[in-house]
Write a protein that binds this ligand. Structure first.
Ligand code: PEP
Ligand code: MG
Length: 824
């Protein structure tokens, strides 16, 4: 017989006295057949002669030796009383572990209990869990497998979905789920495999461990349940496109960084410390140990009210600090990286944390002590999640929580002071540690724990800092001050290199930096081939700030301003004035450089709840882009009015996405002309995206109707190859260098050149150095790309005469597969 069974665990037991708790535990043991009824009295007899309070909220009632014959089989019962019952003296017991032992088996249980008591937060977790399995696992030293809940949550509305985020549900999208859920007063839960979590708490959602491909149910109860479910489901699907795009961008950026990183290997003997590659690059520096400062906490209380207030003040201070850090990081690195801090803020906002800490404060503990206790318990819990990606996020919670602790203790968290090129070695670095590094001197990061998907690894990649992770504890034993070479591409740290090897590594780094510098230094020079052919190099942007950054990165203008971002993540469509302001500011940021603004391209992967779009079975083949604008004239007219008003401030061109038919172009041109006349606005060039194969095939006829073409290779590829652009399994195959995609691009360019109109490419292929050369060879005039690709693309265009690129393009058209093209 098992020593403990689920029926012997009473969660949140309705008992208010020690005797009632003991009787309940005894009763459970009787029911389960562990003891005969008289043994219950034996428990009470024991209490009269000794104190069974063990400490830390745990009591262990057990019977008298002389009554052992009433024990039928050794067993334990646990009565959990989260609010506690008064035991002896002023002690309050929250976990009552009644032990009925035939011989000395109880010793093993006692040992486990005392071990748990020494582990910060472990008892607290058991005293507040609502899962009997967790208590059983802890007492029997077995892994906890969450039990399937048998009673379904009674929902008023629910909806089933499959989560397709490539990285599963991590903090960034989960933060937005929480934001959406909080807009509704009713209860909302997310259910997965019978487990469920409150959709308004981030830790709850993350605790579900929802990986890519999981089936989930969104359920709500109370007034407005239908609407809440619909709203949250929309947030979930809306974020899917971003998650895929992020993953795609990260993959592409990582591949490019790996391809560009310098290669080096020592010739002489050296010692190697191998880890996992986390951020590519090569660097030479002295090892410096980055110590995490364990914050010492004394349990001192100035009274429950003062401590409660101190905790609240610290939480609110850290929350504003995180907001500031978020804004600063957005400026410096981008929205994706900044979202880490929004997620941290949300983690701290979890009412469960505050509740547990306050409970301890009420019991007479200091705020810092109470906060540290609940924080460690939560961090441990998160670390144990089976999904490694989600478990790695424990560090984010720890980082945010320790900020609160430092604030409570009045300690400044300061960055270490460095004076020479340094490779930091650390057990782990938190996102805020990483951002505080002195980038003048830090040349690499070597981390003993962690994984390549941790936020620290992501930040290292964004900062362009070579990094390796998971190098093991021996890394921390390395003596500081010695010179080493870090190769983040190979995930290796080279120690004890010969002076000649150190020198050759330095040379490799210098040559790489010089190459990059040369590219950057020439970023403002035109992309002119040696035989005098100029290719326009433009940027894709979403707002005025990005346009200004693009100019700084060498862009000659904007080849695609996506306006859908103006419409996403809000409750109503932006007004004409709002749109006008954004367009006008973008024109100003470009100071006379060309700007192509694309009208709303919504539908497909990008959804907006307030537009009430009908559900599409195949969104990419449905009412999206120009099709939507033609069906919804109010959207079209507002946007066109805003665009024509902005046109008074500088050069602007209007472009329509997802065009399929000539008639669509005729109608849209007529609408433009009508509005232009109403406003007395200047004439502006009107163009279309070529992204539906139907347009490319008869591009000659479209060329007569428009002033320019811009080829969207992202969509063109998906429609030509019949491969969803977001499909995780088809990502590698959906290559725009497929000869059939190139053939259609060639046809479009020929038609444009014959008609004397401009043709550009604004899909991802334009920013790929090989793609850019082939496109120029096919007769494309302009390439529009992410700002970060500009310097490299300009460099390759300048390196070769147009005739060579034309030959390359011919060979690409004649190839039989995308991989053959890539091999050219
Ligand atoms: C494209 O389809 O290539 C394009 C540039 O547009 P988007 O990626 O916004 O669909
Ligand atoms: Mg497109």
């Amino acid at each position: 017989m098992e020593i403990i069974v689920p029926s012997c665990v009473a969660i949140n037991a309705p008992v208010s006295s020690k005797e009632a708790a003991i009787r309940m535990a005894g009763e459970l043991l009787v029911q389960a057949g562990y003891i005969a009824a008289p043994y219950v009295d034996s428990f009470l007899k024991r209490e009269a002669v000794s104190n069974t309070f063990l400490g830390n909220g745990v009591a262990i009632p057990h019977g008298m030796i002389e009554d052992r014959h009433h024990v039928l089989s050794t067993g334990i019962a646990v009565v959990q009383v989260p609010a506690g019952v008064r035991w002896k003296d002023d002690n309050s017991a929250r976990l009552i572990v009644a032990i009925a032992a035939q011989s000395d088996e109880h010793i093993a249980i006692l040992r486990r209990l005392t071990r748990l008591m020494q582990k910060e937060g472990a008892i607290e977790a058991l005293a507040s869990t609502d899962e009997p399995g967790r208590i059983i696992a802890a007492l029997t030293d077995t892994p906890f497998v969450p039990a399937a809940k048998t009673t379904p949550w009674p929902a008023d509305a629910k909806l089933e979905l499959t989560l397709d985020y490539p990285n599963g549900l991590h903090a960034r999208p989960a933060t937005q789920w929480v934001e959406t859920a909080k807009r509704h007063a009713c209860e909302i839960r997310v259910l997965r495999d019978e487990e469920s979590a409150d959709a308004k708490t981030l830790t709850g959602l993350l605790g579900l461990g929802i990986s890519s491909g999981s089936q989930i149910v969104i359920a709500a109860r109370g007034a407005g349940a239908e609407l809440a479910v619909k709203d949250l489901a929309e947030t979930v699907t809306r974020l899917s496109a971003e998650e895929h795009a992020d993953a795609e961008r990260a993959r592409a950026a990582a591949a490019q960084a790996r391809a560009n990183a310098p290669t080096w290997k020592p010739v002489g003997a050296s010692r190697q410390q191998q880890g996992v590659a986390a951020s590519p690059g090569l660097a030479v520096g002295k090892l410096v140990r980055h110590e995490a400062h364990a914050l010492e906490v004394e349990d001192k209380s100035q009274g429950a009210i003062a401590e409660g207030e101190a905790l609240e003040a610290a939480l609110s201070k850290v929350s504003s600090e995180l907001s500031a850090l978020e804004a600063e990081t957005r400026e410096r690195l981008g929205a994706g990286e900044a979202a880490i801090f929004a997620a941290q803020r949300e983690l701290l906002a979890d009412p469960g944390l505050m509740r547990s800490a306050i409970a301890d404060i009420m019991r007479g503990h200091g705020a810092a002590w109470a906060w540290k206790k609940v924080l460690s318990a939560r961090v441990d819990q998160q670390r144990q999640l089976p999904d490694a990606l989600l478990a790695a996020r424990a560090l984010d919670l720890q980082d945010a929580g320790e900020r609160v602790l430092a604030s409570l203790l009045g300690i400044e968290r300061r960055a270490i002071v460095l004076r020479e090129p340094s490779i930091l070695i650390a057990e782990d670095l938190t996102p805020s540690d990483t951002l505080q590094l002195d980038m003048r001197y830090v040349v690499g990061l070597a981390i003993s724990s962690g994984g390549p998907t941790s936020h620290t690894a992501i930040l290292a990649r964004t900062l362009g800092l070579p990094a390796l992770v998971a190098a093991g504890p021996s890394l921390l034993a390395l003596s500081a001050g010695q010179e080493a070479v870090i190769d983040g591409t190979a995930g290796c740290l080279y120690l004890k290199c010969s002076p000649a090897d150190l020198e050759s590594a330095r040379l490799a780094v210098r040559a790489y930096v010089a190459r990059r510098e040369a590219m950057r230094a020439n970023r403002d020079q035109p992309a002119m081939t040696p035989d005098g052919h100029r290719v326009g190099v433009f940027a894709n942007v979403a707002n005025a700030k990005q346009a200004a950054d693009a100019v700084e990165a060498g862009a000659e203008g904007v080849g695609l301003m996506r306006t859908e971002f103006l419409f996403l993540e809000r409750d109503s469509a932006p007004s004409e004035d709002e749109q006008y302001t954004v367009y006008r500011d973008t024109i100003a940021a470009l100071a006379g450089r060309p700007l192509i603004i694309r009208t709303l391209d919504i539908g497909g992967d990008k959804q907006v709840s307030y537009l009430d779009l009908p559900k599409e079975e195949n969104p990419f083949l449905g009412v999206r882009g120009a099709r939507l604008l033609l069906a919804r004239p109010e959207l079209l007219h507002t946007q066109l009015r805003a665009l024509y008003r902005a046109a008074a401030h500088g050069p602007l061109q209007i472009m329509f996405p997802m065009i399929t038919d000539l008639a669509e172009v005729e109608t849209l041109r007529a609408e433009c002309e009508l509005i232009r006349k109403q406003l007395g606005a200047p004439v502006v060039p009107l163009g279309i995206m070529v992204e539906v194969p139907a347009v490319a095939v008869i591009a000659d006829r479209f060329a007569k109707l428009v002033d320019f073409f811009s080829i969207g290779t992202n969509d063109l590829t998906q429609y030509v190859l019949a491969m969803d652009r977001q499909h995780p399994q088809l990502a590698a195959q959906a290559d725009p260098l497929h000869p059939s995609v190139l053939a259609l691009i060639g046809m479009t360019a020929r038609a444009a050149n014959a008609a004397g109109i401009h043709v550009g490419v604004c899909g991802g292929l334009a920013g790929d150095p090989l793609g850019a050369r082939i496109l120029a060879g096919l007769g494309v005039h302009e390439l529009s790309m992410s700002a970060q690709d500009i310097a490299a693309v300009k460099t390759v265009i300048r390196a070769e005469p147009l005739s060579a690129m034309q030959v390359l393009a011919e060979r690409a058209l004649a190839a039989s597969s995308a991989s053959e093209v890539r091999a050219l």
